[in-house]
Design a protein around this ligand. Structure first.
Ligand code: FES
Ligand SMILES: [Fe+2]
Length: 415
């Protein structure tokens, strides 16, 4: 029996971008196509920071989409990214999360690779006593591991499988680049630590959560009560012209600006709550930006977090349609004094995956995936702010950025 083509089997709802079908989040076939067309397609994928690999031989295990890669600094000071897949029998050969080495040796049959990913050694290549081993036509130079394109911008390292990907500056575009450079300004970074956790949901729900300022004013008691993101504050949901990247931005208020009318809409609002340690909420201005908080999505898998003085990147590692891992790297700047580093760490607890915000998003994402997997509804409503069909909106009560993301996604996916 001839199978219908994919775009006949997965038909987008007739209502257009105001609906997103469940299959976009739950289908293995759609997920496989995302890996091929998006993560392995003409995109720049964040893999790590320069500051994580300061010396020759320093490496970190990373990912491009679900695909394991190694990021390593070589003897010439260049950063190389190659697949963490042995060219012999496909073993994921690099086992440490990070470290320093002068070569990578696969644990299975000990083939070895240099810091550029070239095959440098094959045990018993000539066999034993003239028997066995590799044939005479075996050329090690043809059996290095797969190398990716690499680009760096002020301390952030990106990789791509595609020969066709545009330069990073064009990929981001002017407006997104300027938000990116508020954090990656050229000041040298100092890594403060990592978090890693796994969520029971489709990977796209994470960027969507950061393109959904509506939830921020409702789900997060903390944000609302302490004036970080309140309906009525100066804020914006900015989307790049292609719809793929975005910045959710807000300026901190002193908490007194919440109108009675808005309070009544927000069940999360709690009058009269105060922090025992008010330093948690101090914002020390240090950025070339009108915003005290920017959460930027660099499509497809990077979130640049600047929540007051908490800085970090979150990398999305999908594990199939129904699960993904988040890898967080928190940092400050090399010229921070001791007090500033303490301040970033303190605030980082508040903003981290077990703090007063991340936990709630993680739960909400699971609830959404559970809803799709366990009930038959078929599609989601993405209708808020109809005056902006898709793109930048000046109100928080909007889903125009999610519509923009699916506009781009549909183009890339051919669906
Ligand atoms: S699988 Fe790596 S050496 Fe055999
Ligand atoms: Fe949130």
């Amino acid at each position: 029996m001839k199978m219908l083509p994919i775009d006949k089997r997965y038909v987008w709802p007739a209502a257009g971008l105001e609906r997103v079908p469940d299959w976009a989040y739950t289908s293995q076939e759609i997920y496989d196509r995302e890996v091929e067309r998006i993560f392995h397609g003409p995109t720049w994928n964040y893999v790590g920071l320069d500051a994580e690999v300061p010396d020759a031989g320093d490496f970190v295990r990373s990912y491009v989409g679900p695909t394991p890669v190694v990021m390593v600094r070589d003897e010439e000071g260049e950063i190389n990214v190659f697949e963490n897949r042995c060219s012999h029998r496909a073993a994921e050969f690099c086992r440490e999360l990070r470290g320093n080495t002068d070569e990578f040796v696969c644990p299975y049959h000990q083939w070895s690779y240099d810091l550029k990913g070239n095959l440098s050694g094959v045990p018993f290549r000539r066999g034993v006593n003239g028997e066995g081993g590799m044939g005479p036509d075996f050329r090690p130079e043809n059996h290095g591991v797969k190398k990716l394109h690499v680009t760096r911008h002020n301390g952030a390292v990106f990789a791509s499988f595609s020969d066709a990907v545009e330069p990073l500056e064009d990929y981001l575009g002017e407006e997104m680049l300027s938000d990116f450079e508020a954090v990656f300004s050229g000041r040298k970074l100092r890594v403060l630590g990592h978090y890693r956790h796994t969520l029971s949901g489709n990977w796209k729900l994470y960027p969507e959560n950061l393109k959904d300022p509506y939830h921020a004013t409702l789900l997060h008691t903390f944000l609302v009560t302490f004036g970080l993101l309140v309906a009525g504050n100066k804020s914006a949901m900015i989307v790049d012209p292609k719809g793929r990247h975005s910045t959710m931005a807000s300026a901190k208020s002193d908490g007194t600006a919440v109108s009675e009318e808005n309070k009544a809409e927000m069940r999360a609002y709690r009058d009269g709550l105060a922090l025992a340690d008010p330093r948690l909420m101090d914002f020390i201005p240090e950025f070339d930006s009108p915003w005290s908080v920017t959460m930027q999505v660099v499509w497809p898998g990077l979130i640049v977090q600047r929540e007051m003085n908490t800085l970090g990147v979150r990398q999305i590692v999908p594990n199939g349609p129904n699960e993904f891992t988040m890898v967080w790297t928190m940092f400050g700047y090399e010229d921070d004094d001791e007090e500033m580093t303490r301040h970033r760490l303190r605030q980082g607890n508040l903003m981290g995956p077990a703090g007063f915000l991340g936990l709630e998003d993680n739960e909400a994402i699971k609830f959404v995936q559970d809803g799709m997997l366990n009930s038959t509804g078929g599609e989601h409503l993405v209708v808020l702010d109809p005056k902006v069909p898709a793109g930048t909106s000046n109100t928080l009560i909007s889903e125009a950025a999610i519509r923009a993301m699916y506009k781009h996604w549909r183009q890339e996916m051919g669906l």
